[in-house]
Structures are given as structure tokens and as C-alpha cells.
Design a protein around this ligand. Structure first.
Ligand code: ZN
Length: 139
């Protein structure tokens, strides 16, 4: 059975090279690189490529969580409610990481806590009729 990587040692505010991520998770560099093909977000506009800690955590959570949750396009997983929720007030912020990837952040319709998920400009375009999306630049 394949070794299961634990994301517990991944710090959400850190950024990792492939090697550093592999060391923290106890997997090979090839494994981390292969995750990129499986959807792990990587900042590849500079060398070395960097993986943001929370993106790695989110990726691992999505990869290993059982059973897999399927959210509708306009749903977000609220960590406080531990349930799929829609956006409070129909408002969202989009934080682009690259030209094709970013994160949509909303407030939970039930508890008004922060929720978010990875998104693409294409998803934002699909949600535009039902969500008022403001693009914020991440610095
Ligand atoms: Zn909530």
C-alpha cells in the first residue's frame, strides 16, 4: 500500500520547494512533482517552483479525505459548520495565484465564517451570474 503523506507538518504560511515538501511529508520528490499533474497548485513563475503551504494542505486534504465531498460550483466547505455552504450576501473575492489558478473566498451563509476553495477564472465566469466576485491581488 502506498505510504500516506500526513499534511500535519505542513505550515500553511510557509512556502516549499519540491524537495522541502518531500522532506516534510516523508515522500519522494518525484511523488510531489507527480501531484502537480494531479492538480497541486505550484507557483511556477520563478525558479525554484514554490508550493504554498496551505495549497499543499488543501491538496492533500482533497486527495486523502474519505469520503470525497463533492461541492456544487457555488458551494464552499465551511470549516466552522463542517458543511457545504453558499456565499453570504452572494459576494466573493477572487485571489489569483497564476493566470489559470486562484482562490475564491467567501463568508459562510450560516455562520459568516471564512470559507474558500480553489477556482479558475473559468469557474469565476460561470459563477458571475450568481456571485458578485471582486478580484483582489495577493501580495
Ligand atoms: Zn459556517
Amino acid at each position: 500500500m502506498a505510504k500516506r503523506a500526513s499534511s500535519r507538518k505542513v505550515k500553511i504560511h510557509n512556502q516549499y520547494t519540491y524537495q522541502q515538501a518531500a522532506d516534510v511529508l516523508g515522500v519522494s520528490v518525484q511523488t510531489v512533482r507527480s501531484w502537480r499533474q494531479s492538480g497541486l497548485g505550484v507557483l511556477d513563475s520563478q525558479k525554484p517552483h514554490l508550493i504554498l503551504g496551505f495549497m499543499l494542505k488543501d491538496f492533500l486534504a482533497g486527495r486523502y479525505s474519505q469520503p470525497k465531498r463533492r461541492l456544487a460550483n457555488d458551494q464552499f466547505l465551511c470549516m466552522t459548520c463542517n458543511a457545504p455552504r453558499r456565499a453570504y450576501g452572494g459576494m466573493a473575492d477572487y485571489l489569483p495565484y497564476t493566470a489559470t489558478r486562484g482562490r475564491l473566498e467567501v463568508l459562510c451563509e450560516a455562520c459568516q465564517g471564512p470559507c474558500g476553495k480553489f477556482a479558475s477564472p473559468r469557474l469565476c465566469a460561470e459563477l458571475a451570474p450568481i456571485l458578485s466576485i471582486a478580484t483582489r491581488n495577493r501580495k
